[in-house]
Design a protein around this ligand. Sequence first.
Ligand code: NZQ
Ligand code: ZN
Length: 393
Amino acid sequence: MNNFQFYSPTEFVFGRDTECEAGNYVKKHGGSKVLLHYGGGSAVRSGLLGRIKASLTEAGIGFTELGGVRPNPRDTLVYDGIRLARSEGVDFILAVGGGSTIDSSKAIAMGVPYDGDFWDFYCGKAAPSAALPVGTVLTIAAAGSEGSGDSVITKESDGLKRGAGSDLIRPRFSVMNPALTCTLPPYQTACGATDIMAHVFERYFTNTTEVGITDRLCEAVLKTMIAETPRVIAQPDNYDARANIMWAGTVAHTNIVGVGREQDWNSHGIEHELSALYDCAHGAGLAVIMPAWMEFVCGHDVMRFAQAAVRVWGCEMNFANPEATAREGIFRFRQFLHGIGMPVNFAELGADEADIPKLVEKFGIGRRRTGGFVKLSADDVAEIYRIAAHAAL
Ligand code: NZQ
Ligand code: ZN
């Protein structure tokens, strides 16, 4: 196991009706004037936003609001948010929504005290030295942004989707009521589940040895997702299944299951080019890319893939041919994703094989943190896109 530091300062407030306490948590964490940031309308339609406003008013917290965050959040709205927060004297950002809203909030939080262009943090030109505090009310289990120090934004002008990372943007608190996720359409639920599993696999496939504790934690999250995802798709109102998935999504990405080990993250980088170009859901893109990546790199460490096949997917170990076991595990992953309604190949995702050269070129522009398990050349990345384009069950 490698040396590590683990810092996860977020106060998680989990359970039924917890959103009604949002105002008190803003106050507790030092906010007096809030920018209330939300998405395309689900929080308005469900009445959630009204409850949050009532809770802020009750706690004596002033607020101004900015809705309209789109999935794969854009830099253009971030600039609007920075201007608004400055002109209104905002001292706290409250995100009500999913990863997109939370990531947009984190970008605004870093941008407000910064003299330059906030995009500097996303293109690797600068690191933030200050940020406004961020709190979240989570409405979808997926990206894990409610507990992470990451934010992913798409630059509208050139379609580059890039991440920034800093402990300064780890949420001060995250309110997590699983009941809020019951209104998710099955497709979004499945996209979220895929993303959660991908966050674990990005950490699971490692060259670091003697990491039994984190291997077993990863496997626990994956097995929970395999058991609970079909349950919530069949019964969208099943609170307990929603609760297990919601906490799994946070555990998957605070990095508690990934400390002390080299991690990969190439599947995420390769996927981000798809969601940047086609505006598809991140989880759907991962459903197409991650099994293709697994097929491509399986030979690098057959025994690790065979371990996943046996422990996560319940395959029987073929000691005479461990690679057959390893590949059976990858097949079962793709089969599982198909079973929950995820796309399997480019056509099902709405992607075009003719765009592969463009995707590979953009993948090569200024990335941080990829390829801890297997370093990939541009030709390798193109091959993974090709495997994904033609994948079938
Ligand atoms: O905008 P609204 O109307 O709220 O609709 C959203 C959106 O259309 C809808 N939704 C959310 N909660 C709902 C709901 N609909 C009904 N009922 C509810 N309770 O779901 C759609 C997707 O929302 P979004 O916020 O985009 O989902 P997600 O949480 O999957 O976030 C995806 C973004 O996070 C990034 C992805 O790349 C993508 O841009 N990621 C962020 C990470 C991080 N910050 O740590 C890590 C991840 O790997 C990921 O890259
Ligand atoms: Zn992800």
